[in-house]
Design a protein around this ligand. Structure first.
Ligand code: AQP
Length: 336
């Protein structure tokens, strides 16, 4: 039976929302590291569709995006046998622990969350309680699996701090129930910037489609987006403060090709921005091609994809059920 702390490997948990298309920011900031961690850690990953409905979703599109995001995860290299890779709404313990943890999370702390403030502005007509409570659902996702590590992009740091506070608060009342997790934020790629406004992070919900490169964009579209990336009025491919656009492209190029900053600067020294932008576009397209091919194969075999998420929902439920049972007992719920 799968249970928390079955072996000595550290447990890692992370999730991605099933909204819109997964982009290279999600990939470089999170998914790429999830894949790399599978050997040395006990990994648990989720498509967090319950988080997605904090912003109004079209039901048909959400279903489709959830399936596509799941298949894309496998195409990127998440191994659904080795890791537990599941769809959040398939595992009822997440909603249940959220209720309990709501009672251990101060209202004021949730109101300070930057993502809540940002999303309240972009969704001014639908500032619902779920949007406010999003970080408690995220805390439940992590704490249910006794995760020690949470590999995420830099934007999620504040939510993990809240998760830690909630876990410490609960443990201080009831003893050592939850592992206290640490964020694992990559040194490079933690904040991939918009191609149209390199002072803002690349984001699925950006109105300008040229700002964001999706993992499933065609080769032509990828190269075009990089060619129209906003840079600066100089012509020097060099990483330096104030050159946000070029710094972002050097980072993306480095992560996609394995080249260091110095190697990239030497390769493109004196060649101007045009060549460099095309080279970044081509490197990204080359890196994404095998992922896209694997994704296409998986979408032709939906039976296999379904069997993966069904099996993994059972594994996740078994694992998380033990933590929930312990929590229910600690807070004083009468056993059935
Ligand atoms: N630009 C980014 N650079 C690096 N990492 C990023 N992540 C998101 N954007 C970047 C990381 O991707 C993981 C999954 O993110 P999510 O599903 O929570 O999506 P998000 O943060 O909501 O992504 P978007 O694109 O910004 O969506 P919207 O526009 O809906 O808010 C997380 O680990 C995140 O840190």
């Amino acid at each position: 039976m799968e249970s928390p702390k079955t072996d000595k490997k550290k447990i890692a948990f992370s999730g991605i929302q099933a909204t819109g298309s997964v982009h290279i920011g999600n990939y470089l900031g999170a998914i790429k590291n999830w894949v790399d961690m599978q050997e040395a850690h006990r990994c648990i990953y989720s498509i967090v569709d319950m988080h997605a409905i904090t912003v109004r979703q079209d039901p048909k599109a959400l279903r489709e995006n959830t399936l596509r995001a799941y298949a894309l995860g496998i195409a990127c290299g998440i191994d659904p046998e080795k890791s537990i890779f599941f769809i959040q709404s398939h595992v009822h313990t997440h909603a249940e622990l959220t209720w309990v943890l709501n009672c251990f999370t101060p209202y004021g702390e949730l109101g300070r969350m930057t993502q809540f403030k940002d999303k309240s502005q972009t969704n001014a007509d639908n500032i619902n309680a779920g949007l406010f409570d999003y970080p408690v659902l995220m805390a439940s996702d992590i704490l249910l699996y006794q995760a020690a590590l949470v590999p995420v992009g830099a934007d999620q740091k504040q939510h993990i701090e809240l998760t830690r506070n909630t876990a410490i608060r609960f443990n201080s009342v009831y003893g050592n129930v939850f592992e206290i997790p640490e964020p694992l934020i990559p040194e490079t790629g933690a904040r991939v910037m918009s191609l149209q406004d390199p002072t803002k992070k690349m984001s699925k919900s950006d109105d300008n489609p040229k700002s964001c490169v999706a993992l499933l964009d065609s080769r032509d579209a990828i190269i075009k987006k990089f060619r129209s990336a906003v840079t600066d009025s100089e012509a020097e491919v060099v990483m330096r403060e104030g050159k946000d656009g070029i710094n972002n492209l050097i980072t993306i190029y480095g992560l996609m090709t394995g080249r260091s900053v110095a190697e990239t600067e030497a390769e493109f020294g004196g060649r101007g921005y045009g060549d460099f932008k095309t080279a970044v576009g081509e490197a990204v397209a080359d890196k994404l091609r095998p992922i896209q091919e694997k994704f296409d194969d998986l979408m032709k075999d939906k039976g296999y994809v379904e069997s993966c998420y069904r099996k993994n929902a059972d594994r996740a439920l078994q694992f998380s059920g033990r933590t929930l049972e312990k929590v229910y007992k600690k807070v004083g719920f009468l056993a059935r």
